[in-house]
Design a protein. Structure first.
Length: 97
């Protein structure tokens, strides 16, 4: 009995549309403020930090605010690895996961 020979090129070509769709979904999630868990949460030396709400949305609060009240501010993405604090303008390098 002969085993079935798998064609890796066809397997890869089957994955390409799925990877493309997942990339589109990730961009849509980021556009509406959902955290996609591809980097560490940000924390600035001025005390502004990111956190994740129960619905998956990113928000910012003060480090010592035990009520976790959303400031309405958002860290600004400069490039893939750098974000800018909206309050003090400090540039933060993120750890990508």
């Amino acid at each position: 009995m002969r085993g079935k020979i798998h064609d890796n090129s066809s397997s890869l070509s089957n994955l390409k549309p799925l990877v493309k769709r997942l990339t589109e979904i990730k961009k849509q999630a980021e556009a509406i403020g959902l955290f996609t868990d591809d980097r560490e949460l940000l924390e600035c030396t001025c005390g502004l930090i990111e956190d994740i709400a129960f619905d998956g949305r990113l928000f910012t609060c003060r480090k010592n605010d035990h009520a976790f009240k959303d400031t309405g501010l958002r860290f600004i993405k400069v490039n893939e690895n750098i974000f800018c604090c909206p309050e003090c303008k400090t540039k933060l390098k993120v750890e990508l996961l």
